[in-house]
Design a binder for this molecule. Structure first.
Ligand code: 5AD
Ligand code: SF4
Length: 452
């Protein structure tokens, strides 16, 4: 039987912080709540329920959410019936202190509690509801996410992480590794293809550790590639130690799997890699890069780098700069080490000052800008296939899309080109982040690989 509250149309606003897994989880939550009778609100001011789906990976991420929470607390003061909830990694991480730091919260729910959200929300009408149980088996395989529209969609392939890198809070807040059954992934992908989605990004904290029965990650890539209508497949983030021959084979042979890999290395110093518990040496990582580049011509690589981890000396830091040049990454996400409670490295504390971390970060960023620019310059005068996404961010009558190597290409809009189209462009000029292109047209034909 429905209670009174269920009869009234309720509106929910979900704000997402952090990684793509969180964006995918927000789509899952939107699906759970839609089926329970909630509809989406465009702004917090129009919502009966506001949920923040949060990130705990660095302190900075948590501080942003706390600031946002105080703003929303003011909104709640003027509308006491508003229900305010915190979801995701920060809910799991700060489960004890949160209800003290933010006593106005009605709901605190961790990443394995989303199935119970409707029930928790109805309980939260009287007392705050807290559910942060981690569940080794929860994959939400039977829950259909409410995907946002677009050319690209994110599909969760596995959840959690078993690696316990010394700096990382993920295994504590997202729990043990578990893979989504292939059938559930394929049902989702087929539904997306039917709605016109062209590109699938498979997600997981260590996505290439995927295994469900006989289906390993390489096999999963082949299965997704068999879905008609899907043109491109990517995945993020793989762990270097899980990069199996089967995954490399699938990348090399499956036309739809794009020549792009985000392969977090974290540091270029063997001493730091060992202290971080990453499970590989610089030599092993470089060996993997060589195997990948041999198997997949034109492979673009990006990475994650942490500067200022416990014990990082100048020699270790220089080794990271060297490694970045040796690999020649197309792009890199770079972070100052942030001490996280519960992690193995937490009790070791910080040895690198905030100022030194800042200096090192500036140096890796400046070096990466030079490398990215240099790599993009090699593409000038070449052709590329671009999956069109929509108007370029800077507008100006330009369209934007991605090349197979996940580089942003912009080109003049013409009426005959729409989002979801695959067009051939010629790269005319480049910056470190963007390729300025021209589209092949009746008066501008391009030959096989270079522009004429
Ligand atoms: N401090 C800084 N960066 C971190 N990352 C994970 N944990 C921390 C931390 N405590 C970075 C890693 C990871 C990316 C998602 O976030 O580089 O690959
Ligand atoms: Fe964190 Fe390491 Fe797991 Fe990545 S592999 S989520 S860095 S513990």
């Amino acid at each position: 039987m429905m209670d009174d509250s269920a009869r009234v149309a309720r509106r929910v606003f979900i704000e997402t912080y952090g990684c793509q897994m969180n964006s995918a989880d927000s789509e899952l939550v939107a699906g759970v709540l839609r089926r329970a009778g909630y509809s989406p609100a465009a702004r917090p001011e129009e919502a009966d329920v506001v949920l923040l789906n949060t990130c705990a990976i660095r302190e900075h991420a948590e501080e942003r959410v706390l600031r946002r929470l105080s703003e929303l607390a003011r909104l709640k003061q003027s509308r006491p019936e508003l229900r305010l909830g915190l979801l995701g990694c920060m809910a799991q991480h700060n489960r004890v202190s949160l209800t003290e730091k933010a006593p106005w919260l009605d709901l605190v729910a961790g990443p394995d509690s989303y199935r119970r959200l409707p029930e928790l929300l109805s309980r939260a009408r009287f007392d705050p509801a807290v559910d942060v149980r981690l569940d080794r088996a929860e994959t939400y395989a039977d829950m259909v996410p409410e995907h946002q529209g677009g050319v690209r969609a994110f599909v969760t392939a596995m959840r959690g992480c078993d690696r316990f890198c010394a700096f990382c809070v993920v295994p504590y807040v997202r729990g043990r590794e578990r893979s989504v059954p292939p059938q559930a992934i394929l049902d989702d992908v087929r539904g997306l293809a039917a709605r016109g989605v062209k590109e699938i990004v498979l997600l997981g904290q260590t996505v290439n550790a995927y295994r469900f029965g006989e289906v390993d990650f390489g096999r999963l890539l082949h299965l997704v590639a068999d879905v008609d209508g899907i043109e491109r497949i990517r995945f993020t983030s793989p762990h270097p130690s899980d990069m199996s021959d089967s995954a490399i084979e699938a990348m090399a042979t499956e036309r739809k799997v794009q020549p792009w890999l985000h392969l977090p290395v974290q540091s270029g110093s063997d001493r730091m890699l060992a202290a971080m518990g990453r499970g590989y040496t610089v030599g092993e990582y470089l060996g993997l890069i060589e195997r990948l580049r041999t198997a997949i011509p034109g492979l673009a690589l990006s990475t994650d780098i942490i500067v200022g981890f416990h014990g990082e000396g100048d020699t270790d830091f220089r080794a990271t700069l060297d490694l970045m040049r040796t690999v020649g990454y197309d792009s890199a996400f770079t972070f100052k080490y942030s001490l996280r409670e519960h992690t193995r490295a937490f009790r070791l504390g910080d040895t690198v000052s905030e100022g030194e971390k800042g200096g090192r970060l500036a140096e890796v960023i400046a070096q990466q800008e030079r490398i990215s620019l240099e790599r993009n310059r090699r593409l000038a005068g070449e052709r590329a296939a671009v999956l069109v996404e929509g108007p370029a961010r800077r507008g100006g009558g330009m369209l934007a899309g991605k090349t197979p190597q996940f580089k942003t290409a912009v080109f003049p809009a013409v009426d005959s080109i729409h989002p979801g189209d695959l067009v051939t462009v010629c790269v005319e000029s480049v910056t470190a982040h963007t390729l300025q292109c021209a589209v092949a047209s009746a008066d501008r034909e391009f030959s096989d690989s270079v522009c004429t």
